[in-house]
Design a protein around this ligand. Sequence first.
Ligand code: MG
Length: 372
Amino acid sequence: MRPDRVVLRMVRARLSVPFENRWQRFETWTKVLVRVDTDGASGFGECTAMETPFYNYETVETAWHVLERHLAPALLGGRSPDGAWPVVNGHEEAKAAIESAVWDLRARTAGRPLCELLGGTRRPVPAAATVGIEPTVDAVVAAVARAHGAGYRRVRMKIRPGWDLVPVTAVRTALPDVMLVPDANGAYGDDDLDHLRRIADLGCHAIEQPFPHHAVEISAALQRGLPVPICLDESVKSLREAQRAVRLGSGRIINLKAGRVGGLAEAVRIHDFCRDNGVTTFVGAKYELGVGRWTNLALATLPNMTLPSDVGPADRYYLDDGVDRAVRFDEPGVVRPLAGPGIGVTPTDGVETIREIALTPASLRSAMSPVP
Ligand code: MG
């Protein structure tokens, strides 16, 4: 299958409720969507890169550049992601966006749902929610209560130094039945081990990414003797990094994001490694619009995704998620993939287009060889 057109579209969507993580507060979210065409069929992918390089070094602008100048030309030139991606250093989120569009296209042309192509068997898929940093402790307790009341099977709450022991204690006290995971997005350092042990001791199910992505040794030091598992997110950008982290004992759960690891194929490889080595996995999200949300749901059907994944209904996050059919609860707290083909949905004009470009082999004739 040789694609004959790649369309990049940068869009901005309005959030239904503002969201704050350890770095910033959001009212809107900007994304890059990718469409790959061949013989009249189209596959769709969504880039997880954000406007700011805080979660990861990539941004929507770096992703756009790498997609336009290197990855799309490589694909249009007949290179497969497996062949071309290792040549481009890093830029996993850009790679994953176009690679997932190719997966979707393959599934659509085969007339099969994407989840089936990936090897997914789990039905239905239990959903988890993420609650951001709120202006007050009462507000965060109310937000977790709403998610729990809506049926979400697990709740991750964002923490940062100065917003941790008090809000986590308040949530645990008010809602002791909630499977709660504080997510630090790498906000703590080598001097914070005792502090993190106190947070974990509050009856949390796990503690997610306490240290910066590179600090897998200190994560292993905390995990030793800690009664709850550490969940790794930013620390795992490839199968190799997953293997190293598991070998070191840096964590016992991996939050798997195809965007963070360069695509669905690498995500499946990490999933299989975790399954074979007793490491629990689930699919994490980065405020995906509809295309990314349905792609995540397909990945979340893999057999080792034994914890609830971030695949809940889009209306919790967006006024319009930009596809013709939003993810909805099948019954409270669980969702199901569509019968396809592919991810089963088509992008709409429900989100604002900021920029769009169509690339074809002809339009690239004068370009330099994008990938050696
Ligand atoms: Mg996380």
